[in-house]
Ligand binder design. Structure first.
Ligand SMILES: Nc1nc2c(c(=O)[nH]1)N[C@H]1C(S)=C(S)[C@@H](COP(=O)(O)O)O[C@H]1N2
Ligand SMILES: [Mo]
Length: 225
């Protein structure tokens, strides 16, 4: 098991704030604590781009491989989404506001074969994460360019990241560069390294294998913009 997954398992339990409004408490998955800030978490370096040379590649179970430029993506219909997000390191943030292309609006343009049931989301640097196609066609899943009315900052995924609000946030790949459509599921980076394949926060699907259910507060000393 990757040592981040191991550290998470060994960390101490987060106490639920007893004064939290019940309406908000219902939106908070088990073992999570609310934060107003927006922690920054990733492996490796923040990529630097020549935006004119940047491409987004669609391949695998598609009629024909496609490549989009940033300009082409930005010219597509942009939608606002306001949603809660939940990180496996035990912070949740409510009412985050994103703007970008809904995955379900992009999908019809991609010529995806009917056999495709899973997507490997490819991102810089050397990051990938697997998500069932079914999960990506929800109303609030998007390729986001903007957060809180501003372009994404480099550390939060500029120029474009995925946002899959109903799964732990490691599925929301920053610096995305392509979608690989697949017949069969295959684990991505964290899914190969001790994290759960599905990642539903309301079911506390944090780890693969034996889930000790032990929480974490690593986000207290992480980076912020
Ligand atoms: N490309 C890339 N995307 C990534 C990661 C990464 O290491 N590389 N880390 C993931 C993890 S583990 C989390 S919790 C979120 C954090 O997003 P944030 O830094 O905007 O809070 O990004 C996800 N997307
Ligand atoms: Mo994470």
């Amino acid at each position: 098991m990757h040592n981040k997954a191991q550290r998470l398992k060994n960390a101490r339990v987060v106490e639920i704030d007893p004064n939290l409004d019940p309406a908000l408490a219902r939106r908070l998955p088990p073992g999570q604590a609310l934060t107003e800030r927006f922690p920054i978490l990733h492996e490796g370096e923040v990529p630097q781009y020549d935006l004119d040379a940047w491409t987004f590649r669609v391949f695998g179970e598609v009629e024909k491989e496609l490549t989009f430029s940033l300009e082409q993506l930005k010219a597509m219909k942009q939608t606002d989404v306001v949603t809660d997000i939940h990180c496996v390191t035990r912070w949740s943030k409510f009412d985050t506001k994103w703007e970008g292309i809904l995955f379900k609006d992009l999908l019809p343009l991609l010529g995806v074969k009917p056999e495709a049931r899973y997507v490997m989301v490819h991102a810089d640097n050397d990051y990938d994460t697997n998500v069932p196609l079914e999960d990506l066609i929800r109303d609030d899943v998007m390729l986001a360019f903007m957060f809180d009315g501003q372009p994404l900052t480099p550390k939060h995924g500029f120029p474009v990241r995925l946002v899959v609000p109903h799964l732990y946030f490691w599925k929301s790949a920053k610096w995305i560069r392509g979608f690989e459509f697949m017949k069969e599921d295959r684990p991505g980076f964290w899914e190969r390294n001790g994290f759960h394949n599905v990642a539903d926060p309301f079911r506390e699907e944090r780890f693969s294998g034996e889930d000790l259910g032990l929480p974490e507060d690593l986000w207290v000393d992480v980076d912020y913009d």
